[in-house]
Design a protein around this ligand. Sequence first.
Ligand SMILES: [Zn+2]
Length: 142
Amino acid sequence: MLNIDEIQNGIVIDHIQAGTSMHLYDLMGLDSLDCGVAIIRNVRSNKMGKKDIIKIEGDITGLKLDVLGYLDPNITIAEIRDGKIVRKEKPSLPKRLVNVVRCNNPRCITSIEEECDHIFELSENGRYRCIYCEQELQVKPR
Ligand SMILES: [Zn+2]
């Protein structure tokens, strides 16, 4: 585990809904990257009551940050360079969701073929559609 204040180069993902950080860890693909990670759970927050924070030190190439915009719009991402915050932003909605949500159309190929990736794309009306059967994503999973 990293000391919270020791990050020199990396990112800090803040304002995560408490209890969801491990789920985000998996979805961002952090387990396959070689960077240092600190997950701080159930931090007191004035705004949220409780929150989680993930700090990542090192090379974040390949990290799937865009999925955060879909999962939790309250999240903030701060980029740290030489120990200073150089950029702070909210994640934007990803163009594509790959294996984040499943298509619930029983006739969709993803329901039949187990190896098939579940892929949704953002359409012009701001909703996600399954790229195989065009089924619209109805509710956000939480
Ligand atoms: Zn489908």
